[in-house]
Ligand binder design. Sequence first.
Ligand SMILES: Nc1ncnc2c1ncn2[C@@H]1O[C@H](COP(=O)(O)OP(=O)(O)OP(=O)(O)O)[C@@H](O)[C@H]1O
Length: 722
Amino acid sequence: MSTDTSAEDIAAREVAAEQAFVDRVHAQLTASQQQAAELAREGRGRGQLGHEGGLVERDAMVYQAAKRIAQLDAAAEGLVFGRLDLSADLDPEPRYVGRIGLRDENRDSLLIDWRAPAAAVFYQATAADPHGVVRRRVLRSKGTTVLGVEDELIDASDPRAQELPIVGEGALMAQLSRARDRRMHSIVATIQAEQDKAIRAPGKGVTSISGGPGVGKTVVALHRAAYLLYTDRRRYETGGVLIVGPSGVFMRYIERVLPSLGETAIALRSLGEVVDGVKASRHDDPAFADVKGSARMAEVLRRAARQAVPGAPREFRLFYRDNVLLLDNRLLGQLRRQLLGQGRRNKQIPRVASTLLDALWRQVKSERGRERGRQAFQDDLLDNHDFLDFAAEWWPPLEAREVLTWLRDPDFLARVSDGILSHDEQALLLKSWAVADDLSIEDVPLLDELRYAIGDVPLKTDEDSGFGDFVGSDIQELSTAGDREFRSSRAWTPPTHRIEDDPFAHVLIDECQDLTPMQWRMVGRRGRTASWTIVGDPAQSSWPVRAEADAARAEALAGKDLHEFHLSTNYRNSSEIYAYAAAYAARVGLDADLPTAVRSTGVDPVQMRVDDLEAGVRSEVVRLAGEVEGTVGIVVPVARRAEVERWLASWNEVAAEAPNAATGRDTSADRIVVLTGLDTKGLEFDGIVVVRPQEIEDEASTGKATLYVVLTRATQLLSVVS
Ligand SMILES: Nc1ncnc2c1ncn2[C@@H]1O[C@H](COP(=O)(O)OP(=O)(O)OP(=O)(O)O)[C@@H](O)[C@H]1O
């Protein structure tokens, strides 16, 4: 037997020992999966018993089993990632930490769920405060194979420190240097102590996580969502967890993190998708967006929702037994206000016919008219098609989308924005709706505001109104007409959900510094009774009127206690890249929160001026793509996007790395992509080439903050081409 104990031999021996344990865990996982499948089969069998209780029981069993199977499947990759060796008097046996918890055949704990209280010391132990931990070990794996281990000696003064070998260079540095692909990955093995505090904060009130670029705000928030589900599954699964991020690209970037932690029951939505059934992915020009995002729009929309339906009849005349009965425009206005005084517009549908009937009956003065009484009058009118048609056209069930189109009429817009929006602002709105037919991301909060202002169309009308049939049958017909209206625009389908279905148990907002006041109102409505996690960095904000957004935020979160966490280490950028970005922030006067970047590569960012822009950008993109293993982002001014996309598609030497560049589609298959400054929010790349930074800066009033964001996206190489 060899007595050689070189570092490699020790490492190999340790890896083999961990592999034996990991194999045991996977055997147990397979057994658990079989058990869950068996449970699902048994559940389906129960349904065939035929009695109702059997069905309910079956559904519950199948549901639970399916959930467990999904969880076990999802967690298989890198299932076991941590090991703790504690002081001998605490526990002589090692403890293993994994993505999910598992028990062995004797129901003894084999693997501790990373979210369980017993796993907390894995993240919290430090040399200054070891919590009884002597050695912390992170296992690096691919699939079910252990590739290596990374150890940290936490308590050198403990007697066991002598016998436990220490292998590797530290898990965090190994993890931070890895190449980036188009997906965010879980950091479950290397969560740092300050991050762990935010993750495990109680699910009450508002938890705010702030910090500069790359400190892990997003990834921490996602782990927090998984943590909350673990601690109170019933509450959060029943009530729902909503995670809102800036863009569809960003949502695709983060969407694998939670499933990889075994959590699937979470709604991930970009700001253009917060309203059920609506999917907007296009940003308006900054000038349009600034008007649409302003809190003043709420009052404009409130007024719009109270107006008479454009194009609806403005009077109704009826000859009834010697009487001329007249509902003129003035009287109809009064009746409209009377109805609106009783609640949301659509909710008043059951009252419309009786309100009109009352007004008409008051005008019946002749003896011949009154002698048959009010009931006969009512019966006559409810048989009268003119009356029924008038009522249906005067007060149709309204969809928010339809009311939003009313604002495209300059006279209508001028009427409802009188004293609120300037002429210039009105013109900007009209222009934004004239240039495109589909909804923009900035239109979605307007639509939501209107949904709440007009209310849902009643599915069934009030029984006791006495006019149920009349109103009910007309809703069908009229909403079909509305549907036709909806179908004309491609990007979205009519909202299927009712406003009562909007609220969630927990709302998590990422990049919250960018929410406009109208967006705060929209998400606020989803979390009135929820607990919240809000994540952001004010220096990265792209909303110009800070005070207005702060007020809207305070209103959305009113009455909830605020728990603040601040993160201070930048894990993304090399220290060289972050120093360059921080110097820019200081030079242009951004009030930036500057974290410490912990990883140095020795490579400074490159800054160059070129005459031939295409040739300059091309050579930098090719260079970066050759030097880094992962993704490369080309960040361009909005106005140059199409041009640069065309260049990229024609560069043969990178064709294989940007297969979708030619079609302009954004898919996760591309290693090289073209993005605008705003698109890069929340994302990261191994290499970044910034094209004409001055133009990005000049694009919007918040261009400096956007350029600062852009400069903080690269993990390894940054090149700035002017
Ligand atoms: N504890 C950690 N271990 C390993 N990687 C980490 C850790 N914390 C953060 N990271 C990595 O650092 C990078 C930045 O994280 P993240 O995107 O969450 O930061 P952020 O604060 O949201 O950044 P920004 O505000 O600039 O978009 C990610 O690649 C993330 O995986």
